[in-house]
Design a protein around this ligand. Structure first.
Ligand code: C2E
Ligand code: MG
Ligand code: MG
Length: 573
């Protein structure tokens, strides 16, 4: 019986020993003075020490120095009291590397109740910690550039704004946006675009003090948080230094790419409490830097706030403007200089805002574009203009081509051609009486699809004119490349033709070239008589401008058509 019991005991002990030995966690046993008496194989793997090497040693051989003396004093006090100690400890492997373990130390009492041994179990959590750290890092860093991201900036901003308020110091936030990133992506591909962003991030970081934070907020937008500044001057100097970062080209995908950036700056003061307002201020300043020529920086000014609030409320109201019938068209005659007859008419949209009165298209068209409503508004304009033109023809007034301004976004719509065809058919207007006006930017970003849209429109008999010619980047080559009928010389050239010799030369060159290419030329924005004279001298055939008539209502335009050129002449004087 007793031998059976012994046998059973031995087998149980054997099993327990096997279990401990094969346990994944490192286990070691010390006596009550801390000398190691036994370790399992997992201990050897975790610590790098063989069982024979550590026998009789104190576990302090594993010490990494990551925990202070107090930590060990608390640990010993707990276990000597006979209580279990649980905690996280970072130890040193025999090779010198560190590992972190969840450690449980259990005191074992002898028959007399005194502590005789300690059993320590180490669960290696190094990999788990590393992945936790990686996740924490990813949450606060941008995957592409590894710079701190928007969330990191957000929390840093909170801390720094509070600190600045407490200490009476100031913080500046610089938002940096690349000027032509879309072109880089389109021309060189997205991989090159990504590489450029990485390179820009590195250069920005190098240009800064260690205490300033560079972040990537997304897309081609970066931010720099500058702390402890004493005046605007500090921020301006930093902005200049950051802009200089772009003066050298970037080597990307074995290409030399030049890019520039615009910077918007906000500076905190004692009243800066909201970090989102602070960000918005920098954003408004950036918007201003962009619209005032790019490759430059602007500080936030109070008036920008008013401007953006108006923009936002216009954006809001635009959504209902079509259904509320708040748009209307005005018509401006285009006059042939030979016999001073009206040879065409441009339709110009206006918005009668219920509170703000008449809003100019230069203000609301860009907003309409940015909120994705230009197709709806553009359709309304096209339909209204075509119907009006047909109504005049039906009244036996001279049949004239009507010009309608088309935004780049409208032209990108794959259904644009069929839309126009429907509108013409519904209005029963012949296509030769419709002219669409495109600005240079449309052609600048022209893709294959835009080119073929233009070819189709031309084939349908719709006239295409190039508006605001000379204002932007369009080269004379465009006049050759696209199926144009007419070029409209930008007002800026006409306005100071008399005083600016260069402008006069450009106007005369455009007129010459257009003649050779069999294109009509019209000068826009002709106001005083001397401008008209200059244009006549240069051989210009057509003009449009306040000199003859401002844009007028349909009824007034009808009168102009009826009373003829004498009336037109009188209108301008
Ligand atoms: P635009 O197509 O170049 O139109 C000519 C602009 O110059 C009009 O301004 C017109 O009123 C103005 N103008 C004409 N003659 C003179 C002059 O002698 N002196 C001066 N100082 N200005 C003159 P408006 O109506 O404010 O339109 C501005 C711009 O808004 C247009 O420039 C066009 O780009 C855009 N736009 C107007 N209607 C539409 C539309 O229906 N759709 C789209 N996408 N854009 C439109
Ligand atoms: Mg126009
Ligand atoms: Mg124009």
């Amino acid at each position: 019986m007793s031998s059976l019991h012994d046998k059973k005991m031995r087998s149980t002990l054997h099993l327990q020993k096997a279990a401990i030995e094969s346990a994944a966690n490192a286990i070691f046993i010390t006596n009550n003075r801390g000398a190691i008496e036994w370790v399992n194989p997992a201990f050897e793997v975790l610590t790098g020490y063989r069982a024979t090497e550590v026998a009789g040693e104190n576990p302090r051989i594993l010490k990494s120095g990551e925990q202070d003396d107090q930590f060990y004093r608390d640990l010993w006090r707990t276990i000597l009291n006979g209580e279990v100690w649980r905690g996280r400890v970072t130890n040193r492997h025999s090779s010198g590397t560190l590992y972190t373990a969840e450690q449980t130390i259990t005191p074992i009492r002898g028959d007399d109740g005194g502590v005789t041994h300690f059993v320590a179990i180490h669960e290696d959590i190094t990999a788990q910690l590393e992945s936790e750290q990686r996740i924490a890092h990813m949450a606060l860093h941008d995957f592409l550039t590894d710079l701190p991201n928007r969330y990191a900036l957000d929390s840093r901003l909170e801390i720094e704004l509070n600190r600045a308020r407490r200490l009476g110091s100031r913080v500046s936030l610089l938002l940096i946006d690349l000027d032509n990133f879309k072109d880089v992506n389109d021309t060189f591909g997205h991989d090159a675009g990504d590489q450029l962003l990485v390179a820009v991030g590195q250069r920005l970081k190098q240009a800064l003090r260690d205490i300033d934070t560079t972040c990537r907020l997304g897309g081609d937008e970066f931010a720099v948080l500058q702390t402890d500044i004493s005046s605007r001057k500090n921020a301006a100097l930093l902005a200049e230094r950051l802009l200089r970062v772009f003066s050298e080209s970037f080597k990307v995908a074995s290409q030399e790419i030049f890019t520039s950036a615009s910077i918007g700056i906000s500076i905190s003061n004692r009243d800066t409490t909201s970090k989102s307002d602070f960000m918005k201020q920098a954003d408004l300043a950036l918007y201003r830097a962009k619209s005032e020529g790019r490759n430059t920086y602007r500080f936030f000014e109070e008036d920008m706030d008013t401007e953006i609030k108006r923009r936002m409320s216009l954006a809001q109201d635009l959504h209902r403007a079509v259904e509320r019938d708040e748009f209307f068209l005005e018509y401006q005659p285009q006059v042939g200089l030979g016999d001073r007859c009206i040879v065409g008419v441009e339709a110009l949209v206006r918005w009668r805002h219920p509170q703000l009165g008449i809003v100019s298209p230069t203000e609301f068209i860009p907003i309409t574009e940015s909120i994705g409503m230009i197709d709806e508004v553009g359709d309304w304009v096209l339909r209204t203009a075509c119907n009006q033109s047909k109504r005049w023809q039906n009244s036996n007034l001279p049949a004239l081509p009507i010009s309608v301004n088309i935004s780049a976004i409208q032209l990108r719509d794959p259904h644009f051609v069929s839309k126009i065809s429907h509108i013409l058919a519904d209005a029963e207007l012949e296509s030769r009486y419709l002219e669409i006006e495109l600005t240079e930017t449309v052609l600048l970003e022209a893709k294959q699809s835009v080119e073929s849209t233009l070819e189709t429109l031309h084939a349908l008999g719709i006239r295409i004119s190039l508006d605001d010619f000379g204002r932007g980047y369009a080269s004379l080559d465009y006049l050759r490349r696209y199926p144009l009928s007419k070029v409209k010389i930008d007002q800026s050239f006409i306005h100071d033709m008399g005083t600016n010799f260069k402008n006069a030369t450009i106007v005369s060159a455009v007129i010459d070239l257009a003649e050779k290419l069999n294109l009509q030329v019209i000068a826009e924005g002709v106001e005083p008589a001397h401008q008209l004279q200059c244009l006549i001298d240069e051989g210009c055939q057509e003009v449009q401008g306040f000199y003859f008539s401002r844009p007028v209502s349909a009824e007034e335009f009808e009168e102009l058509l009826v009373t003829g050129s004498d009336r037109i002449r009188a209108y301008g004087t």
